[in-house]
Design a protein around this ligand. Structure first.
Ligand SMILES: [Zn+2]
Length: 267
């Protein structure tokens, strides 16, 4: 073999190697371009929202844990007001509650009294608004009462009993089962409400039925249930509801107990 032929073979081999190298490099380049294009396509817009979603979730987690007791009406289900007021647990004559009251707007009222505990007003309002949404018009007949207002109501009831022919000693006792003696009324606490009609004709109305079915969802209990007078010392009052808190109200309803029994159990 001549040296010219040898050189020609070497040149051809070099040329083939260069061609292979060019093909390899070109295909590598094409691969890079394709992968870059597919990345660009994927990242727009799906990729931009994909990383944002877990971030949002992570941000949501913190407030969610903080507000886990806030229900669909924006009410804290764990908020409680468990003061027990009854003939055995009276409030002092100078019980001062004026500082914690707020005025109920006129459209919610059908009586002359219009004050309620300011912290439970959102619960009462939400309940009355929901009832209205369900086609049931609730009115606040009697909310907060001062000691002197209660004294006047009690005296009126004593006189009523005397006029009915009840003996004097008995009249005071009988009156106390109908109108709480001053100091023993829950109305002093600003946590109790009489709705619409404060007598037994309220029983069986759509208002009464709605409250029986739904009041617990807003933290209220039927405070003086039927056939529990021996425990509450108060006649059946389908119109009188008391705020205790949503979780507590649900538990009391589920257990079918009076507030007296509930408090005795939890103490
Ligand atoms: Zn009442």
């Amino acid at each position: 073999m001549t040296s010219k032929r040898k050189q020609a073979i070497i040149r051809r081999r070099i040329f083939i190697c260069v061609c292979i190298a060019v093909i390899v490099m070109a295909s590598a380049l094409i691969g890079v371009v394709i992968s870059a294009i597919s990345k660009a396509v994927n990242s727009d817009p799906a990729d931009t929202s994909a990383p944002a979603a877990p971030t949002d979730k992570a941000e949501d987690t913190i407030p969610y844990e903080d507000t886990v007791s806030i229900n669909e009406y924006g009410l804290d289900t764990k908020y409680e007001r468990l003061i027990l007021v009854n003939p055995d647990n009276p409030l002092p004559e100078d019980f001062d509650y004026e500082g914690n009251l707020t005025e109920i707007p006129a459209e919610y009222i059908n009586g002359s009294l219009n004050q309620i505990d300011k912290d439970i007003w959102p619960y009462l309002k939400a309940m009355m608004d929901k009832a209205l949404e369900d086609g049931v018009r609730l009115y606040v007949r009697s909310p907060y009462r001062s000691y002197s207002t209660q004294q006047m109501l009690y005296n009126n009831q004593v006189n009523k009993q005397l006029n009915l022919g009840v003996e004097e000693g008995e009249a005071y006792i009988k009156a106390a089962t109908i109108v709480a003696r001053p100091g023993t009324s829950e109305h002093h606490t600003g946590l109790a409400v009489d709705f619409n009609i404060a007598d037994i004709s309220f029983e069986g109305t759509e208002m009464s039925d709605w409250l029986k079915a739904n009041a617990q969802d807003f933290g209220f209990i039927l405070r003086y249930p039927e056939n529990k007078t021996d425990i509450t010392k108060v006649i059946y009052e389908p119109w009188h509801y008391r705020f205790v808190g949503i979780d507590a109200a649900k538990e009391i309803k589920e257990l079918g107990v009076t507030f007296e029994e509930y408090m005795a159990k939890s103490n």
